[in-house]
Design a protein around this ligand. Structure first.
Ligand code: 5GP
Ligand code: ZN
Length: 113
């Protein structure tokens, strides 16, 4: 838990979110500004800044996030999805608590830059 972290606060339940999955290690909730019919954020309870830090700190937790992403996509978009980790401000990261975006539910475009 890190003070002043939005996703730590959502994980702790002190800020509300529309949760779709939750266990003792991670949570998943709908993005407040969805970019696709399914747009869910998969967030470990562990506060680390980005995916490389998470892989170094607890690789099995990253694997659990991948399984959660697949589970969400199986339920909501036929098992097909895009999984994005924006890393750094220039790449679009605005919340510095690692999170995987699960996007799906339609024909996705591809214009990252
Ligand atoms: P990033 O830009 O760091 O890759 O992703 C952060 C995401 O968090 C954005 O897509 C943004 O819409 C979402 N977000 C920001 N604030 C909130 C919030 O209070 N609740 C929820 N559910 N999503 C949020
Ligand atoms: Zn945090």
């Amino acid at each position: 838990m890190s003070d002043d972290c939005l996703f730590c606060a959502i994980a702790a339940g002190s800020i509300p979110a529309e949760k779709v999955l939750e266990n003792d290690r991670l949570i998943a909730f709908r993005d407040i500004a969805p970019k696709a019919p399914t747009h869910v954020l998969v967030v470990p309870r562990l506060h680390v800044e980005n995916v490389a830090e998470l892989a170094a700190a607890d690789a099995s937790l990253l694997a659990e996030m991948a399984a959660a992403a697949q589970q969400i996509a199986d339920k909501e978009c036929g098992g097909e999805f895009r999984w994005i980790f924006n890393t750094g401000a220039t790449a679009g990261q605005s919340v510095f608590h690692v999170h995987g975006h699960v996007l799906g539910g339609g024909e996705l475009g591809w214009e990252p830059a």
